[in-house]
Design a protein around this ligand. Structure first.
Ligand code: NAD
Ligand code: LMR
Length: 311
């Protein structure tokens, strides 16, 4: 199984590292526009094979898309990350052009691939990929909800003082500081509702820490995060390539689900060999539904900013 990762920066290189180390694919191609960067990252990762124990072939290329031919999955991480104080939405001006060009190049060499969009603002970039490529809707997946949910579960585990592996929870909605919706009502610790153990105030703080999880890291690091994003991409790609049918909140094109149409936004999906194999249109309570509608409106407004790129 072959995976291409476009963008050899912090997130792209970490994705490659996770996918190789966990033996998720047999071949990884990393592509970047910056001369020598992808080759260097690929060589460095290859040199961990004997000590970490994997046989995945890792190759880097400077913008030669012929090397990406016949990829089963392509992960798009190319573009700029935000700096402290910025929102993800502010990246649209530069990243929309990059994502559009990259997606077109990819499809020329891998017409049957599944595309995982990571570049921000991710929901808008996922929508752009749909509009640019016209692929079947199961073939384009925006990664954000897997990461937001992992942050949600981490904050819950810290408050509960229990292992994160015993906690289940999900974040839906847009992948933005004010559009994420951590579904507290459905979060559980070993099958028991977390509200049994945590106060309303504690849960409120966990939800707001989750929503600004990316901004918190950006402030600490001076650029946005990469370890948890890279691991979340690995988790998603594993479910595709190994047909695991995991339920993962992903940004997908809605056609009536959750009362929304012609928008990419995070909802629970089943991810397997065909990409998005199902969209789970679960019943939200009235408060969650209101939040979802507000989130969708904000995401929709950003899509309008794509008008000039889509011409
Ligand atoms: N969806 C998510 O959950 C999530 C998580 C983390 C980061 N991100 C986003 O991912 C993107 C990458 O973040 P990063 O930290 O890796 O940034 P980075 O600056 O470390 O890496 C980006 C790379 O993209 C490359 N690039 C730029 N234009 C290109 C092109 N046309 N073709 C090929 N490569 C190109 C750059 O040379 C650079 O190496 C950002 O937009 C960031 O906001 C999204
Ligand atoms: O916060 C960012 O800008 C990067 C990414 O979307 C994240 O959530 O880590």
């Amino acid at each position: 199984m072959k995976v291409t990762i476009v963008g050899a920066g912090n997130v792209g290189a970490t994705c490659a590292d996770v996918i190789a180390f966990k033996r998720i694919a047999s071949e990884i191609v990393i592509l970047d526009i910056k001369e020598g960067l992808a080759e260097g990252k690929a060589l460095d990762i290859s040199q961990t094979a004997t000590t970490l124990g994997f046989n995945t072939k890792v190759l880097g290329t400077t913008n030669d898309y012929s090397r990406t031919a016949d990829s089963d999955v392509v992960v798009v991480t190319s573009g700029i990350p935000r700096k402290p104080g910025m929102t993800r939405e502010e990246l649209i001006g530069i990243n929309a052009g990059i994502v559009k060009t990259v997606c077109k190049n990819i499809l020329q060499h891998s017409p049957n691939t599944t595309i995982v969009v990571v570049s921000n603002p991710m929901d808008t970039m996922t929508y752009l990929a749909h509009k640019t490529l016209g692929l079947p809707k199961n073939k384009i997946i925006g990664m954000g909800g897997a990461l937001d949910s992992s942050r949600f579960k981490t904050y819950l585990s810290i408050a509960l003082r229990k292992p994160a592996s015993d906690i289940h929870g999900m974040v839906i909605g847009g992948h933005g500081d004010s559009t994420m919706i951590p579904l507290i009502r459905l979060a559980t610790y070993n099958g028991m509702q977390v509200s049994e153990f945590l106060s309303k105030d504690e849960l409120k703080k966990i939800a707001s820490d989750t929503m600004v999880g990316g901004a918190t890291l950006t402030k600490l690091l001076g650029t946005s995060a990469w370890y948890a994003p890279g691991a979340s991409v690995g988790y998603l790609v594993d479910s595709i390539l190994n047909n695991q049918k995991k339920i993962i909140p992903c940004s997908v094109l809605l056609e009536g689900e959750y009362g929304q149409d012609d928008i990419c936004i995070g909802v629970p999906t089943v991810i397997g060999k065909d990409g998005v194999e199902d969209i789970l249109d679960i019943q939200l309570n009235s408060e969650e539904q209101k939040l979802f509608e507000k989130s969708a409106q904000a995401v929709r407004n950003m899509n309008n900013a794509l008008d000039s790129v889509l011409k």
